[in-house]
Write a protein that binds this ligand. Structure first.
Ligand code: SF4
Length: 386
């Protein structure tokens, strides 16, 4: 397995903040987040979706709060959510205050856009509204993510730069950062997202030279599950390989569960996360002996999702690459027409009949995971006795 350090640049040194119980930046593991796609005021449906993403390992979840009913529902959502909740606020500072009172673990807002006039309080100056929110966030120890999107840049920056260029995005981010810093607030993370890889990568690179705040990475509105995942993997892969990025969100026109899975796959494939099995699977070719190889690999992948241990598993379809890859894995199966050979840690274990392959492979993988967990426990206990 590749590991960080062997081919990735060292992680960028940043400040550290915490979103609930999740550390972000300052060398903390890169976390995965997503956004709920329910109407937030429907707390029940929102919590159901949060449970679903938490079950597949999401670290942080964000909920949009465009109206007061949404911000108010955050109280119940925060109370029952198993993972930290971020409130996404635009324009109306009162929504931010309600979200803070609800106990959210982080705000996503751009201070430059919450000073807008509001229906019942137009006499309060914009900078006073920002000051009130920032003061409240600070007193509660709640960080703020500044989220710049190429698609919603300030008109004056568009006028100045002509287009939403990386330079314009970074200028926008620095403008919002300065507002917070001038109020003595430094618990900041930042994103500078575009819908394409080129601008996104350029913007994060530029910003990395200017601030030491942790980065929330994402390609915004990346696309559907297939194309959006590839675009996100390519874009985030470049940045993560350069050591940039402390928390990520894959933004798909798809389910938040898929967003989390793809985000985790990106981190796992780069060796930045090591919390579940890595599956090497034969893609099949004209040498294939087994008619249902792809279904078998998919079934095995599905049935080992509960394993939270980094195992290398190989499911291979013929005698050309099968034995070699199976021996190199922690657990491997090299399939023939009616049977396969199971390998564990490089040693041939036994012959398995075709109709028992999935069942026996999964059972061996579970046993191997238990062995790893037991040896971890023993190591921990031995460490504690020193
Ligand atoms: Fe083809 Fe065998 Fe490789 Fe599968 S493992 S792709 S069948 S050569």
């Amino acid at each position: 397995m590749p590991t960080n350090g062997s081919f990735l640049k060292p992680r960028r040194k940043t400040r550290r903040l915490t979103v609930g119980n999740v550390a972000v930046g300052g060398g903390a593991p890169v976390s995965v987040q997503t956004m709920t796609k329910t109407e937030t005021h429907n707390a029940r449906a929102t919590l159901r979706q949060i449970e679903e993403v938490a079950a597949v390992g999401c670290d942080i979840v964000r909920c949009a709060a465009p109206r007061s009913g949404d911000a108010e529902a955050l109280r119940e959502i925060v109370l029952h959510s198993p993972i930290p909740v971020v409130a996404d606020i635009h324009y109306d500072y009162r929504l931010a205050l309600t979200a803070l009172e609800a106990g959210v673990a982080c705000l996503r807002l751009n201070p430059g856009n919450i000073g807008m006039p509001t229906s019942d309080n137009i006499e309060m100056p914009g900078d006073e509204k920002v000051r009130v929110v920032v003061h409240e966030a600070k007193s509660r120890g709640v960080p703020i993510r500044i989220g710049v999107n190429a698609g919603s840049l300030e008109p004056e920056l568009l006028m100045k730069h002509g287009h939403p260029t990386p330079e314009a995005m970074v200028e926008s981010a620095l403008h919002h950062i300065r507002i917070l810093e001038d109020l003595g607030f430094f618990d900041i993370k930042v994103s500078v997202k575009a819908t394409d890889i080129a601008r996104t990568v350029a913007a994060y690179r530029l910003l990395a030279d200017k601030v030491d705040y942790p980065f929330h990475l994402g390609i915004t509105e990346a696309g559907t599950l297939g194309t959006g995942s590839v675009k996100s993997a390519a874009g985030l892969g470049i940045l993560l390989a350069e050591g940039l990025g402390d928390t990520i969100r894959v933004s798909l026109a798809g389910s938040p569960v898929d967003e989390v899975r793809v985000g985790q796959d990106i981190l796992e494939s780069l060796g930045l996360r090591n919390q579940r099995p890595n599956i090497v699977a034969c893609p099949t070719c004209g040498r294939l002996q087994v008619p249902d190889m792809i279904e078998m690999a998919q079934e095995i992948e599905r049935r080992v999702t509960h394993i939270k241990v980094p195992l290398n598993l190989a499911v291979m379809g013929c005698e050309v690459n099968g034995p070699g890859e199976s021996k190199a894995a922690d657990l491997g199966i090299s399939l023939g027409r009616d049977y396969g050979y199971l390998f564990k840690h490089g040693e041939k274990l036994r012959r398995v009949e075709a109709d028992k392959v999935v069942e026996e492979f999964v059972r061996e993988a579970e046993a191997l995971a238990r062995e790893v967990e037991e040896s971890r426990r023993d190591e921990k206990a031995a460490g504690g006795q020193k």
